[in-house]
Every structure is written in structure tokens, then in C-alpha cells.
Design a protein around this ligand. Structure first.
Ligand code: NAP
Length: 335
């Protein structure tokens, strides 16, 4: 097993924060994970590094999930079942499914990261969450020293949430997702419930899945910074979910407040709007700021450390708390 030592992690996190892993191993096949030597020490399991705040050096073993592969597993009258390795690039995988004529993931185009990381925070955008299309996944469980499978219900998906986050298994390196199977229904309708997507497609009478993907890509390219140019970790805060009474009270004070009622009776508020109103859109503290075109995205303007990110995060949280009395919680994992 080719474990490397003192590996620079800056290229492996999209915020480009500095830090080294004491030990590093690239995983390209699930079988590698069964080696007893890997079970012995503190681990962190890394996908695309797009949801990570590196706070310094990591004094453990970093397992970089790079398992490749994508294939049609089976199909029945109702759906295609498509499998991908955890290391596949998410956007490339989505575009590949569309090219094969299997729609269903198009609203999640251009989300940075890997297939294996997608279920952990139940990535979502423009009215679709990955959990809605996930059939099952396979993982290596370091505690049980066994390969385990979870179906969709077993993943306990929530809003940007899953069993793997709830149990702390992702953060403590207990479980490494190796493969994911998606169920893509053959009966398809364009999901254009989000106004921006509908607006982008206004000139097309009956948009195809590829049209929806192109619209999402165009919107995201306009609003979101490319991590290769401006390092960032996508949406930095969760959208707060509040009671309907709390939302109504805020709406009275701030009539422009965007409110999205949820099936469970709560109301989703837009964290980006709250941050903008609190004066943080385009504002920076040292080398870290909130992006000028989308206040929900925290960016590294150059040379930032994990401590700089934490400082800016606390300042944004304080500003939103002071203005709205709301707590913003960060989406990325801190290591
Ligand atoms: P936006 O259009 O400015 O809207 C702000 C928020 O309002 C969004 O976060 C979205 O919540 C919610 N929203 C808007 N229209 C809605 C509708 N019709 N029904 C229910 N909720 C609605 O949003 P944005 O910040 O540019 O983001 C657009 C989409 O891309 C969102 O879905 C967002 O989650 C996603 N996105 C994800 C990332 C990431 O890193 N994961 C980064 C940027 C954007 P939801 O977030 O719950 O959809």
C-alpha cells in the first residue's frame, strides 16, 4: 500500500486552504479499504474537497476516494438503475447520464464534488435533492470491518442532511462510501419550479432534460465563482428553517423577506438574502469575504488560512444574529 507522508492538502480543498495530512492514501478500488492497517488510526475520508474547511494540519490518515466507474446496472419498465464509483466527478457523471438518454439529475448540474460525497449532505439545487434519485449505496464500515449497503430510506435523508452526517460517521472516518446506485424514472417531466430556471427557459415551449441542464449551468456560471479562479466551498451556510410564527413576525418587520413554506409546516428562509441585508454581500474580513454576486458563498481572496475563514464566518453569523435574531449554521465540515 503506497501511503504518502506530509502531503500538501491545498490542491485537495476547493477553498485552497493550507494544511498537510500526516499520511495520505488514494483509494481507487473498494478492496483497498479492507486492509487492517487502515483501521488502526484516525481517518478522514475526502471526496472532492468542496465542502471542507481545513483548519490546519491533519495528524491522521487521509483517504482520498477516487474509485472510478459508471455503468447501467439494470432497467425495468419504470426506471434505469445507474451505478457510479464514489470518485467520479459529480457534474461529469450527470452530463454522462443525460448523454445516454437517462434524465433525472439535470437540476443538479455543475455542483462541485464527487458522486460519493453527494449523498452525505444530500446535495440539492433548483428544487431537486440527490436523495430523491438515489436507489442505494455501498460503503466500507471500518467499525464492523464489512461492506454495508443502504437503501434510500436507510440513508435518512433530510434537508442537506443524511444518516452519515447525523451519526458523525463522515467526520469520524467510520464509513467510506464506495459506490452509489441512482434510480432514474422513465416517466420524466421538466422540474422548473424555481423561478430562475423557468425564466432561463422561457423561450423553449417544451424543454428537454438537456435544456434544463444547460439553463442550470448558465445560471450557476453567472452567479457562482469558479473554485479554480476564486477558491470557495459553494453555499457556506444552511438556509434557516423556522416556525411559521417566527417567519410571520420577521416578514412583518422585513416585507421583502423571501419565505418558502415546507411540507413539515416550517418555513425556509434564504440565508443569502439575510447575509446581504446584514451588509455582507461583497464584504471581506482580511482575505476572506462573501462573494459579490451571491452572498451565500464564502470566498478566499488569496492566502487565507482556516483561522481566517472561521473569523469571517463568526463575523457574518454575528451580523445576521444582530439584525434578524437568527443563527446561521455552516454547511461545510471543519477538519
Ligand atoms: P435564490 O434563487 O437566490 O434563492 C435563495 C434560496 O431560496 C435558495 O437557497 C432556495 O433554497 C430558496 N428558493 C428559491 N426558489 C425556491 C422555490 N421555488 N421553492 C423553494 N425554495 C426556493 O438561490 P441561489 O442561492 O441562487 O441558489 C439557487 C439554487 O442553487 C438553490 O437550490 C441552492 O440551494 C443551490 N445552490 C447550491 C449550492 C451548494 O453549494 N450546495 C451553491 C449555490 C446554490 P434551496 O437552497 O433550499 O433550494
Amino acid at each position: 500500500m503506497a501511503i504518502s507522508v506530509a502531503v500538501d492538502l491545498a490542491p485537495f480543498n476547493t477553498l485552497a486552504l493550507p494544511g498537510k495530512a500526516a499520511r495520505y492514501l488514494k483509494i481507487t478500488a473498494a478492496e483497498q479499504l479492507a486492509d487492517p492497517a487502515l483501521a488502526a488510526e484516525r481517518r478522514f475520508i475526502l471526496g472532492g474537497g468542496g465542502n471542507l474547511v481545513l483548519t490546519g494540519d491533519f495528524d491522521g490518515l487521509l483517504l482520498h476516494m477516487a474509485i472510478p466507474g459508471r455503468r447501467l446496472l439494470s432497467e425495468d419498465r419504470e426506471a434505469w438503475y445507474v451505478e457510479a464509483g464514489a470518485g467520479e466527478n459529480w457534474h461529469d457523471f450527470v452530463q454522462w447520464t443525460l448523454a445516454q438518454g437517462w434524465p433525472g439529475l439535470e437540476n443538479l448540474s455543475l455542483i462541485p464534488g464527487t458522486v460519493g460525497a453527494a449523498p452525505i449532505q444530500n446535495i440539492g439545487a433548483y428544487g431537486l435533492e440527490v436523495g430523491e434519485r438515489l436507489h442505494s449505496l455501498t460503503a466500507w464500515d471500518f467499525a464492523r470491518r464489512a461492506c454495508v449497503s443502504f437503501d434510500r430510506v436507510g440513508c435518512r435523508f433530510g434537508y442537506r442532511d443524511s444518516l452519515f452526517k447525523q451519526q458523525g460517521w463522515h467526520l469520524n472516518g467510520r464509513l467510506a462510501i464506495t459506490n452509489v446506485v441512482f434510480r432514474l424514472p422513465k416517466v420524466w417531466a421538466a422540474n422548473i419550479q424555481y423561478g430562475e430556471v423557468a425564466g432561463e427557459l422561457a423561450d423553449i415551449a417544451t424543454p428537454t432534460a438537456s435544456d434544463v441542464a444547460a439553463a442550470v449551468v448558465a445560471i450557476r456560471r453567472r452567479k457562482l465563482p469558479d473554485p479554480a479562479v476564486t477558491p470557495n466551498a459553494g453555499s457556506f451556510f444552511h438556509n434557516p428553517l423556522v416556525t411559521s410564527a417566527a417567519a410571520a413576525a420577521l416578514k412583518e418587520k422585513y416585507p421583502a423577506l423571501p419565505c418558502h413554506p415546507q411540507p413539515d409546516g416550517r418555513v425556509k428562509l434564504a440565508a443569502g438574502w439575510l447575509i446581504e441585508q446584514a451588509g455582507w454581500k461583497g464584504k471581506a474580513l482580511g482575505p476572506v469575504g462573501m462573494y459579490e454576486k451571491q452572498a451565500l458563498v464564502l470566498v478566499n481572496h488569496g492566502g487565507a488560512s482556516g483561522a481566517d475563514v472561521r473569523r469571517a464566518m463568526l463575523a457574518v453569523q454575528a451580523a445576521v444574529r444582530e439584525k434578524f435574531g437568527l443563527e446561521l449554521s455552516p454547511e461545510p465540515v471543519f477538519l
